[in-house]
Design a protein around this ligand. Structure first.
Ligand code: HEC
Length: 330
């Protein structure tokens, strides 16, 4: 926690020297605020196109109090929680921490504004609307879709009219399959697989990689599975680092030990598919390798995925909301 505080104050220190009206403030106000707070529109009675207008403010008083970001309504509105009704801008992405930092620092250092300059709204040129290809659209309408929504923790079948035909709660989802028999094969947790008949909601088959076939007590995650043409189910188990093929009763018919340099129940094995030639193509996140295995478990091909510049990853990992590049699919 202390380290975090230190880092964020460090970030502010850097900003103190870096804020430049032309580079950081003008483009930000012009692209995100002036369309509603300028010469054409003055929502809330507020214009932000000149410093005089901003100092005068709107219904709620001055938007900028010189030298005092904490008292400035402009800052107050942009730091509201993202789901707050009054957050500014009300549309689009909330401003980033860096953008907020720039505005705070700019106000703190006296809101320098070139004399006589009034800002004009710039909105990104709208890409011309593509004409809908009606033939393609009609073709698409023949399909029903099976979709998973990790944030709402549900999977659903969407019919041709775009309506939800069936839905089911999940907790974790890394793979799912619409089977030829009309059933849905999915997972309700990291290790529990289930096949359901969506017309009756009856469970047709299930398998628990957290308990079965030697896994009891171990931490196991399943990030890939596949019902095969011969009726067996392929399951890639991260943790035990193996691919198994099980029958209807959950009995192992095939067991392929995977080559993993960095074993870990969350990251050693990600998406895996059995190929038409009987081989398996597997992404190993922890190792940063994609490997192909023959039916006996020999590696027949491997490829080290060149991830982004490692020093860059280390540097950006400290930034708020940073996303690390991951190898999850092959
Ligand atoms: C899509 C239109 C829109 C955009 C873009 C927009 N605002 Fe607003 N803003 C509004 C509306 C509408 C209100 C009045 C809300 C109310 O009165 O409840 C408002 C009110 C405000 C107020 C309070 C005014 C007062 O005196 O009560 C501030 C400050 C403000 N906006 C700042 C900003 C800033 C800064 C930006 C850009 C980062 C921005 N707004 C972008 C629509 C917008």
């Amino acid at each position: 926690m202390k380290l975090k505080l230190f880092l964020s104050s460090l970030l502010l220190q850097i900003c103190m020297f870096a804020v430049d009206f032309e580079k950081q403030i003008k483009p930000l106000l012009e692209s995100r605020c002036i369309s509603c707070h300028g010469a054409k529109k003055d929502k809330g009675d507020l214009r932000l196109d000149t410093l005089e207008h901003a100092l005068k403010g709107g219904e709620g008083g001055p938007a900028i109090v010189l030298g005092n970001p904490a008292k400035s309504l402009l800052i107050e509105k942009i730091i509201l929680p993202h789901d707050h009704d009054d957050i500014m801008p009300p549309k689009g992405k909330p401003l980033s921490k860096l953008q907020i930092g720039h505005l705070q620092e700019w106000i703190k250092s006296g809101s320098k504004w070139p004399k006589g300059l009034s800002l004009k709204s710039i909105t990104k040129a709208k890409t011309p609307q593509k004409k809908i290809d009606t033939e393609k659209f009609k073709k698409l309408q023949r399909y029903r879709l099976l979709v998973a929504d990790g944030s709402k923790q549900r999977i659903a079948i969407i019919n041709k009219q775009g309506e939800i035909e069936w839905e089911h709660k999940i907790r974790q989802i890394h793979d799912l399959q619409y089977l030829a028999n009309g059933n849905v094969l999915f997972q309700t947790s990291f290790h529990h697989l289930i096949e359901i008949d969506p017309t009756t909601n009856k469970t047709i088959w299930s398998y628990d990689s957290g308990k079965m076939n030697g896994n009891a007590g171990k931490r196991v995650e399943v990030h890939a599975f596949q019902r095969l043409k011969n009726g067996l189910t392929m399951i890639a188990e991260s943790g035990p680092a193996r691919i198994i093929e099980v029958d209807n009763n959950g009995k192992i018919v095939k067991n392929i030990k995977l080559k993993v340099n960095k074993p870990h129940p969350h990251t050693d094995t990600r998406l895996a598919r059995k190929l038409a030639n009987g081989h398996y193509l597997v992404s190993h996140e922890g190792d940063g390798f994609v490997r192909e295995y023959d039916p006996n478990g020999n590696v027949t091909w491997e490829y080290e995925v060149p991830m982004f510049d490692k020093s860059l990853i280390a540097a950006t990992a400290k930034a708020p909301g940073a996303i690390k590049p991951l190898l999850v699919c092959a």
